[in-house]
Design a protein around this ligand. Sequence first.
Ligand code: ZN
Length: 417
Amino acid sequence: MPRHKEETGRVCAGMTIDSNTFCDRIWRGARLATMATPPIDDGVVACLDGRIVYAGDSALAPALDAAEIFQCDGRWITPGLIDCHTHLIHAGNRAGEFAQRLAGASYEETARAGGGIVSTMNATRAASEDALIACALARLDALIGEGVTTIEVKSGYGLSLDHETKMLRAARRMGVERNVTVRTSFLGAHALPPEFAGNADGYIDEVCNLMIPAIAAGGLADAVDGFCEIVGFSPAQIERVFAAAKAHGLPVKLHAEQLSNSNGAALAARFGALSADHLEHLDAAGVTAMKAAGTVAVLLPGAYYFTRETKTPPIAALRAAGIPMAVATDCNPGTSPLTSILLAMNMAATLFRMTVDECLAGVTCNAATALGLQNETGTIEVGKSCDLAIWDVDELAELVYRIGANPLHSRVRMGRE
Ligand SMILES: [Zn+2]
C-alpha cells in the first residue's frame, strides 16, 4: 500500500502524521455512531496502520488524503460488533436431544440416552483440532457476516488438560484463519467429567494445580471462567479456581446466577472480575458488589429464550446502579444454539426491555470492557483499532428492531475488509 508523498506535515485529531505520510484509508459521508460521542451526521473516519487517526465531523476534519477513499453515501458506521460470550468451539450438536424433548422425553431420559453436556464433551474429545476449527468456522462466519470483529471463545467441553488446551489452540487459530480478534477464556470449571464422578473437589484440584498453570504458561487463555451453580460448581470451588487464576496473572469472569442465586456475582466481584454473565437471579447485594468492582453484566437472552426461562435479569437495578451491560450470543449447543448477534440484540430488547442505545452499547463498548479491551476497540476513537461495521439502515434502531434481516454493508477490522 503506497503511503508516501511529498507534502507538509498535518495533524489528525491530536496525532501528528509524518509529513510524508498518507492515511491508508478514509471513509467519508457516513453517519457515525462512535459510541463515545453523540451521533455525527456527516462523519469521517481515517485509518493508518490499522489504527484510527481521525474520527469525527467532516467540517472539523484536517486535510486528509489516503490511498483509498470510500464514500459511504450516508450509511451508518458503528464500531465493529463484539460477541463477548461464546462457546463457539465444540463438536456435534444437540438437535436430536432437542427433538426428543419436544416429543415428550424428560431431561433424565435424554441424559440416559447419552444427551446433555457429556455428549458434547464426548464429541469434542473425539474431534481433532482441525475438525473443531472446521465446524466452528461456519459459526464464526455467520457472526462475521453480521459485522462482528471481536469474539470471545471459551473452552469447557474438553474437561482434561489435553482436550482443554486443544480447544483453546483451536480458538486462537480461528483468529489466524479469519480477520477477527479472538479472546479465549479457560472454562475448565464448566462441568464435572465422568472420570471424576462424585469427586468434584478432586477435579477442581486438577483445574487449579495442573490445568491453569499449564494454560497460563502456554499463553493459551486471556481469562479464566467458571460455572457457579447447583448443577455446576460451588462458590467455594469457584473461589479456589479464581485464586489459582489470580496467582497466574489471569483475570476472571463467571457464569453466575443463571438458575439460582449462589452469590456468584459477588464472589466474582471480590476477585475484580471482568464480567459476571447470565444474572437472571442476581440480587441487590450482587448488584452493589459488581458496581464497586467495575464488573460488567453480560446478558444472554438467547439462553433465556431457548431454555424458556421466565425470570428476567434485574435490568432496572443494573441500569440504576450504572453497571455497564453487555449482550452476547452465548453460542453453545445445549442452551443457546444462536449465531446471530443481531438477533441477540433484538431479544435483549424484546425479552429484557433493554433500550436501543443499551443494546448497541451491549455489543460494542460494554462488550469490549467485558473482555478488558476497552482501550483497544468497542468505540470509534483516535488510537483504537480501526474496527468498523457499515450498515444499510436509515436509523440505528433498525439494527435492533428487525428480526432475521442483515443490513450489513461491509465490515472492517484493523483497517482491512
Ligand atoms: Zn456460557
